[in-house]
Design a protein around this ligand. Structure first.
Ligand SMILES: Nc1ncnc2c1ncn2[C@@H]1O[C@H](COP(=O)(O)OP(=O)(O)OP(=O)(O)O)[C@@H](O)[C@H]1O
Ligand SMILES: [Mg+2]
Length: 252
């Protein structure tokens, strides 16, 4: 379980996360939604300890992330950031190999190589394993970073807009990989997404933020209703039921 208690953060004197408390159950796919600037990336960055809070605590599987040793945190959770600035000269395979660092300490063993190959395959980027990052398209690069995160093989995955730049086929394939990671491998995934239909279709739970606060959480059926979507985004969206899932028609 991820336990977040009274988490606040000020950036440049502005409170961008305001007293957030939340428990995220294990073995679930939690969709984090909300408008631009709501604080979604800030929240993920804090859980992964890339940022320090102004107040509050985060425990991941009982581990106090702001107090624990960094390698203990790295074995517990992996994060895909919204923006990745990393050496463009690296090959895809080298990048994914970095994902194994908390396990391998730089010396790849047979199990590391197996995990790298598996992650390349699952992110559908194996055919480009030898390419350098600067030689990839935007969606290919996104898949390379996803493969790096999958290769870490941590029980918790935090993914900030993982579907960015992916075409529909690649996005569906990635969501199936993530769904199976939860259902078959028992992983716990928190992912940020702007596509409400994706959140509705694949999420076990949706957590919605606005202006640094939690404003709604529940099952897709609870959240994907016009009044709640209006409260979250400030726009009217009509909701339809398709194949048992709530689907929004965003443009009108
Ligand atoms: N490095 C920074 N320094 C100062 N303020 C920042 C910094 N990064 C983000 N912010 C501010 O913090 C607030 C929350 O930003 P955050 O990146 O968490 O939003 P988000 O919900 O992820 O939005 P998006 O959907 O656009 O990615 C915003 O008002 C943003 O301007
Ligand atoms: Mg963000």
């Amino acid at each position: 379980m991820i336990e977040i208690e009274g988490l606040s953060m000020d950036r440049d004197g502005v409170r961008v996360l305001d007293d957030v408390s939340l428990q995220i159950p294990d073995r679930s796919l939690t969709m984090l939604i909300g408008p631009n600037g709501a604080g979604k990336s800030t929240l993920l960055g804090l859980i992964a300890r890339l940022l320090r809070p102004s107040a509050g605590h985060v425990r991941v599987d009982g581990l106090d992330v702001f107090r624990a040793a960094s390698d203990a945190v790295a074995r517990k959770l992996a994060i895909l950031r919204q923006e990745n600035h990393i050496l463009p000269q690296l090959t895809v395979e080298e990048l994914v190999g970095f994902g194994r660092y908390p396990h391998s300490r730089g010396r790849l063993a047979a199990e590391d190589r197996r995990q790298i190959a598996d992650a390349l395959h699952r992110a559908n980027i194996a055919a480009l394993a030898g390419r350098r990052l600067f030689e990839l398209s935007g969606g290919q690069r996104q898949r390379a970073f996803l493969a790096m995160v999958l290769a870490q093989d941590t029980p918790y995955l935090l993914l900030d807009e993982p579907l960015n730049n992916l075409d529909p086929r690649q996005a569906i394939s990635m969501m199936q990989v993530l769904r199976r990671a939860v259902t078959d491998l028992g992983k716990s995934i928190v992912m940020v997404v702007h596509d409400v239909n994706c959140a509705s279709f694949y999420g076990d739970r949706i957590v919605a933020m606005n202006a640094g606060r939690l404003v709604a959480m529940g099952s897709p059926k609870d959240i994907v209703v016009p009044s709640t979507l209006r409260m979250i985004y400030g726009v009217d969206m009509s909701v339809h039921e398709v194949g048992g899932a709530r689907i929004v028609q965003p443009f009108s």
